[in-house]
Structures are given as structure tokens and as C-alpha cells.
Design a protein around this ligand. Sequence first.
Ligand SMILES: NC(=O)c1ccc[n+]([C@@H]2O[C@H](COP(=O)([O-])OP(=O)(O)OC[C@H]3O[C@@H](n4cnc5c(N)ncnc54)[C@H](OP(=O)(O)O)[C@@H]3O)[C@@H](O)[C@H]2O)c1
Length: 297
Amino acid sequence: MTRTQMADGLSFSRVVLGFWRVDEWKLDTGQLIRFLEECLDLGITTMDHADIYGNYTAEGIFGEAVKKRPDLAKKMEIVTKCTIVYPSGNIRVKYYDSSEKWIVGQVEKSLACMHIDHIDALLLHRPDPFMDPGEVAGAFDRLKKEGKVRHFGVSNYLPHEYRMLKSYCNVPLITDQVELSCLRMENLENGVIPMCLEERIHPMIWSPLAGGKIFTGQGEVEIRLRETLELIRKETGAESIDEIAFAWLFSHPAGMVPITGSGEIELVKKPAAALRYQLTREQWFMIWTAVKGHKVL
Ligand SMILES: NC(=O)c1ccc[n+]([C@@H]2O[C@H](COP(=O)([O-])OP(=O)(O)OC[C@H]3O[C@@H](n4cnc5c(N)ncnc54)[C@H](OP(=O)(O)O)[C@@H]3O)[C@@H](O)[C@H]2O)c1
């Protein structure tokens, strides 16, 4: 598995394992340990979490595995996110909290849940219209100084939001984790990917298979996309169309780092296999054209 240099002193495996759906995987701790071992054997060492995943249970599920096998966590880079707050108890509405107190408190909870002593990369989950960027910078400085978090970044930020926060921070923002797939190309068009290239950072890519819709979608676009993926699959000799959907991301010059959301090792092997194929420009634009329904200008 190739690796991507995300920052000084931090590289990620080119394929990242995401824990958003971990509670749906229905693995007991022993099974999860075995799955993590298999991922590590494939070279997938980077784990993507968020405090809210699994309705606040995902980090704990992972943490039970780490408690039994702390050696596994030592081979991993652990990413987590915070700032989304779900309604519960006396919280009446979903909202964002990017205050220093909230960020520091959530990191401390994440460390305790996952049974780890530091987070490799902490991302702010969503842009917060009520953000005080000075407070975020203060939280980042404090967490870095205390050794609780080594690197910082953002998720779902548009270029102006990234640049605004960056201008307040004393630490670099090492990534923007955004949605991108053959089916969801908005972040190719809204300036995010050019910003990553400009900033010399690598975007982490969520829902690289559009949450499975690449296979299940029955609309005109999805059907056209599958036909094109199948054509390119035959040309490249890939085993299945998901490999081509991942190759479409890997082939892009921005050095994208996709996060797979599957808990099945045979499916996790697909993005790893996709690293073998570099799509030609023509193949890349065949997929683009199939989804857009028109040629480039
Ligand atoms: N920053 C953010 O705002 C944000 C938002 C959403 C997600 N994320 C991160 O991104 C990760 C991935 O997102 P995602 O789960 O939506 O990714 P995804 O890979 O696009 O979708 C996963 C779904 O597709 C299926 N699937 C995965 N690989 C497959 C394959 N090779 N063949 C057939 N089906 C396949 C899975 O099936 P099975 O259920 O059978 O495995 C699962 O239901 C999350 O775990 C999370 O870490 C971040």
C-alpha cells in the first residue's frame, strides 16, 4: 500500500478505514480485532473516526478492541472529528460547537473512549457559522502543547472557510475531508480541490462510492455510470467496477486519500486493488461525461 505524506512527520495509508458505519458492521470485539489486523496486513493503517459516529458509540466500539490489543493502535494513525452536537437530554436542536471548551472536552472524551494517548489528526467536522476562530486556534495550541493532538485539519470546508481559519491558526491545517465520488462531484467544482492543490495539502475523500449508490442507484445517471465503469473495467482488466470508481479518485493529481466505509475485508480490498490502475485522461473524462450527461465545453 502506498502512503501519502500529509504533513511533516505524518503519513497516511493511501486507503483509510472509516468508522461511521461501525455499529452496522455487527462485529464483536474479537471479530473487530481480526478485521483490524486484516486491514493492517493490507497496509491500511489510518482510521477515520468522529465523536458522533454510531450516535456517540463508534469510538467506544473501536476502543474496546484497542483495550484488548493496544499494540494495534501503535501501528495506526488515528483521525477523529468534533464540533457537531446531537440533540439529547436538554439539547433541543442539532448544532455546532467550535468553542475552545467544547473542542478540548471532546478530544479528552475521544482519547478516553479509544484508549489512546494522542490523536494524530483532529478535524473540525463542519464549518460553523457561529465560530470564533480565535477560540479554535486557542484549542489547537492547547491540545498540541499538551501532546493530545499532533495535527489539525477541517472537514467539509469551502476554500474561503479554510483560508479564514488558517489565518487565525498557529498550526497548519493539514487536510480538508470532503465528499467526492463519480456520482458526487460538487467538490471538484466549488474550488475545494484547486484549494488543496494550492495549499499543497491532500484532501481526504468521504463516501468514495456515494455510500453504495454507485451499485444500487436506479436512476438514469447511475445506470449510465455503471455502463461506463464496466467498459473501463474491461479495458483495464480490473475485477469489478468499484475498483474503477476508486481508480477515478486515485488517478486525480490532487493525491486524494479515500476513506472506505465497509466493514467487510473483501470490499476493503477493492480500493487497495484499485491502486494498480492509473486511468487515462480519456477514461477519466468518460466517467465525468457519463455522470454529467454532456461532454466538456
Ligand atoms: N467528514 C464527513 O462529514 C463524513 C461524512 C460521511 C462519511 N465520512 C467518513 O467516510 C467514511 C466512508 O463513507 P461511506 O461509508 O459513505 O463510504 P462508501 O464506501 O461510499 O459507502 C459505504 C457503503 O458502500 C458499501 N460498499 C463499500 N465498498 C463497497 C464495495 N467495494 N462494493 C460494494 N459495496 C461497497 C458498503 O457496504 P457494506 O455495508 O456491505 O460494507 C457501505 O454500505 C465513513 O466511514 C466516515 O469515516 C465522513
